[in-house]
Design a protein around this ligand. Structure first.
Ligand SMILES: Nc1ncnc2c1ncn2[C@@H]1O[C@H](COP(=O)(O)OP(=O)(O)O)[C@@H](O)[C@H]1O
Ligand SMILES: [Mg+2]
Length: 264
């Protein structure tokens, strides 16, 4: 006999559509209104990204990369078209729901690290878990584990000014991981780092992608950095012009062995 199906009601989360894509972007356009000027920053972007992918987003300055990332990260909404994040149509969400989804499903890493200056590495890392109302004990446990994962177990009590650029970016990565997000979005994360430190960041990304199956979308204008991803998308004038699997992928762990060590 068939059992009655009871539906669970989750008031803050809309019903999921079908499909396994973590990210599903359909014909997305974005306009910015600047006084009487209208900038058409995205012109019909369509794309799916599946769990465990590692995608590099490339393209000239002004081609729409950051606009696209802001939409993926629910920091901004498309002017038209649809964006589904894990099957959830983001355009149907209100501000509070968007903030919740950002906090729970998305880890952000930026070029400028964006750490709080008067706050230790540990407290910076804990912050998203604090906003997610995770208990103090659990927050501490997760933040420590995240910092250890990026190799900063011995720097937890340091302030950003007491850390190198590469270490600060690793704190930012630990912070991005603390709520166990579905995707990691990184906009030019190596833009302020020297080449060895950049490869160290890529080593962490590759490890997270391989060992945890974390889905990563990384904006970079450096072909050497894109070479660490599995797939490259190229934007031109607000459109996706290319979408290819990366051939001869670089493995950061191996590249690091060929680079001279630097002192932290
Ligand atoms: N907040 C904004 N207001 C107005 N125009 C913007 C804004 N953000 C970006 N743009 C414009 O949209 C286009 C795409 O910008 P952006 O997404 O930042 O490109 P990229 O990250 O590839 O350099 C550019 O022409 C840029 O000047
Ligand atoms: Mg940009």
């Amino acid at each position: 006999m068939a059992k009655a199906v009871t539906s669970t009601v989750e008031p803050d989360v809309p019903a999921r559509a079908s499909g396994d894509a973590v990210i599903c972007v359909e014909e997305v356009h974005k306009y910015y209104e600047l006084g009487s000027n209208r900038v058409h920053a995205l012109r019909g972007a369509t794309l799916e990204i599946f769990r465990g992918e590692f995608v590099a987003v490339m393209g000239a300055s002004g081609s729409g990369k950051s606009t696209f990332m802001n939409i993926l990260g629910c920091l901004d909404q498309p002017s038209s078209g649809r964006y589904l994040l894990e099957g959830i149509d983001v355009s149907t969400l209100n501000k509070k729901q968007l903030a919740a989804i950002r906090n729970q499903k998305i880890g952000f890493v930026f070029q400028g690290f964006n750490l709080l200056a008067r706050t230790t590495a540990l407290e910076n890392t804990e912050l998203p878990a604090f906003y997610a109302r995770v208990s103090q004990q659990e927050r501490l446990r997760r933040a420590k584990a995240s910092l250890e994962m990026v190799g900063l177990g011995d720097r937890m009590d340091h302030f950003p000014s007491q850390l190198s650029g590469g270490q600060q970016q690793r704190v930012a990565i630990a912070r991005a991981l603390v709520n166990q997000p579905a995707i990691l979005l990184a906009d030019e994360p190596t833009g302020n780092l020297d080449s060895r430190t950049s490869v160290e960041v890529m080593e962490i990304f590759q490890r997270l992608n391989e060992e945890r199956g974390l889905t990563i979308v990384l904006v970079t204008h450096e072909p050497d950095i894109a070479q660490f991803a599995k797939r490259a998308i190229v934007f031109r004038d607000g459109k996706i012009k290319k979408d290819d699997t990366i051939a001869n992928r670089s493995i950061a762990e191996n590249v690091l062995k060929t680079l001279p060590a630097v002192e932290d």
